[in-house]
Ligand binder design. Structure first.
Ligand code: 6PG
Length: 471
């Protein structure tokens, strides 16, 4: 029996993805050093055309030519050591797909390393968690187009579907697939922070209990804000530990962890000088959350709050909050789309923003009703300089802007930290400033460091002895 696809790494993601392929009629094989994972694969895949191997040689021999190997192992050094193990047993034309959350720059290095050996290597972002892998993820494959064509039928079969269309497409050359997945995760971080801010407002500003939080997030999820992240948030506020009477969420430490993809998004965005302030602050807030003792001590020093948001008029305020959330959500996605465009130009990825928005509509963590509008906007104009130029999106912004301002201002006065709401608003206000105060920054730089400045209506660079002027 020759297997169409081989999976290396039979952890939950690898196993589920393999079972998903088998569900769709593909004969597939998996390899792992851990026998218990092989046993799990075979028991969960009973009746399906799936086989587990503990011997790399036997596994490799069992695969159809050219071999297609998907790696689902932790990002970093392990990917390189697996590649080294594979090189001697593979032959020219074989395809290695890294399905993990690898840094796209590592993927570029690996593509360049394997190309002269005749091996196709491509990075494929996979989103959707365990459930997505099993039932239909969103996938972002980038690299050699011929290699993609070879696996396209399998990927399209197992992907999530929206209106019958698979949530997978060829992203572009090189490491573009992992770049796009990184930006996806950056957006994910910012949206999660926006939801966390909202929780903070409702809990601290209005004393919402978990029942009311569950109800509100469920209601929002039935409307324009419909999204996977809101739906799971509603579920979280409805979860009591089996056999107990307490809400699990209340017993979880307020210290957020991170595997690093959000940080990479901010780092890369800074390297290529494209601002994504809401992603930056989302990364920063996770970091701040880890300083528990410091926060506890400072909390004891600076007590007290301002007036309740909305002067305590809950209903009115919560209606505005829904619009403010929509506004911030639009700005978050637009920061991500800007980063895609800038990254595409810098790294020559040839990204198609409408196609990326299309495959994010289903299967992935940031899927949301709003992605339909993003998709539509870039379909109308693939060179849109910024998402907020789109006429439909412009109307939504104009309708929600006052609410966004009210919510941010009143939370600031109440002393409630809402960095996602305030950063989206400040970003937007700076964007709509024809003249920013950056002339002053230039003057300051020149004053203390003779860094020069440029003048309006005059070519060239200038320097002034500012001290002399003062005297
Ligand atoms: C996805 C997720 C997935 C993973 C994140 C978690 O798209 O399915 O983004 O890739 O859950 O890496 O990231 P953090 O540990 O950094 O929060």
């Amino acid at each position: 029996m020759a297997y169409r696809i081989g999976m290396i790494g039979l952890g939950t993601m690898g196993r589920n993805l393999l079972l998903n392929m088998a569900d769709h009629g593909f004969a597939v094989a998996g390899y792992d050093k851990d026998q218990t994972k092989i046993d799990l694969l075979e028991s969960e895949g009973k009746g399906l055309n799936v086989k587990g191997f503990a011997s790399l040689q036997d596994f490799i021999k069992s695969l159809e030519l050219p071999r297609v190997l998907i790696l689902l192992v932790p990002a970093g050094k392990i990917v390189d050591s697996v590649i080294e193990e594979l090189i001697p047993v593979l032959q020219k034309g074989d395809i290695i797909i890294d399905g993990g959350n690898s840094h796209f720059k590592d993927t570029t290095t690996r593509v360049n390393y394997l190309q002269p050996k005749g091996l196709h290597f491509f990075g494929m972002g996979i989103s959707g968690g365990e459930e997505g892998a099993r039932r239909g993820p969103s996938m972002m494959p980038g690299g050699d187009f011929e290699a993609y064509k070879y696996v396209q039928p399998v990927l399209e079969a197992i992907a999530a579907k929206v209106d019958g269309e698979p949530c997978v497409t060829y992203i572009g050359p090189g490491a573009s697939g992992h770049f796009v997945k990184m930006v996806h995760n950056g957006i994910e971080y910012a949206l999660m922070q926006l939801i966390a801010d909202t929780y903070e407002i409702l809990k601290k500003g209005f004393g919402y209990d978990n029942n009311s939080l569950h109800q509100l997030f469920s209601d929002w999820n039935d409307g324009k804000l419909q999204s996977y992240l809101l739906s799971i948030t509603a579920d979280i506020f409805n979860f009591k530990e089996p056999g107990s009477d307490h809400w699990l969420v209340d017993f979880i430490r307020d210290e957020a962890q991170a595997k690093g993809t959000g940080k990479w998004t901010s780092q890369v965005a800074m390297d290529i000088e494209l601002p994504v302030p809401t992603i930056d602050i989302a990364v920063g807030m996770r970091d701040l959350s880890k300083y528990k003792l410091l926060r506890t001590n400072i909390a004891a020093l600076y007590k007290g709050t301002g007036p309740a948001p909305g002067d305590g008029d809950k209903e009115e305020f919560v209606m505005k909050l829904e619009d403010a959330f929509y506004f911030s959500m639009i700005i978050i996605y637009s920061q991500g789309m800007q980063l895609l465009a800038r990254g595409s130009a810098v790294y020559e990825f040839k990204l198609q923003p409408d196609q990326i928005a299309k495959i994010w509509r289903g299967g992935c963590i940031i899927r949301a009703k709003f992605l339909e509008l993003i998709h539509g906007a870039y379909q109308k104009d693939s060179a849109l300089p910024h998402l907020i130029f789109d006429s439909e999106i412009k109307s939504i912004i104009n309708e929600s802007l006052l609410s966004a301002r009210t919510v941010a201002a009143q939370c600031v006065m109440a002393g409630i930290s809402v960095p996602a709401y305030t950063s989206t608003l400040s970003y937007f206000d700076a964007l709509r400033s024809e003249r920013m105060p950056s002339n002053l920054i230039q003057a300051q730089r020149d004053y203390f460091g003779a860094h020069t400045y440029q003048l309006i209506g005059k070519e060239g660079i200038f320097h002034t002895e500012w001290n002399a002027v003062k005297e």
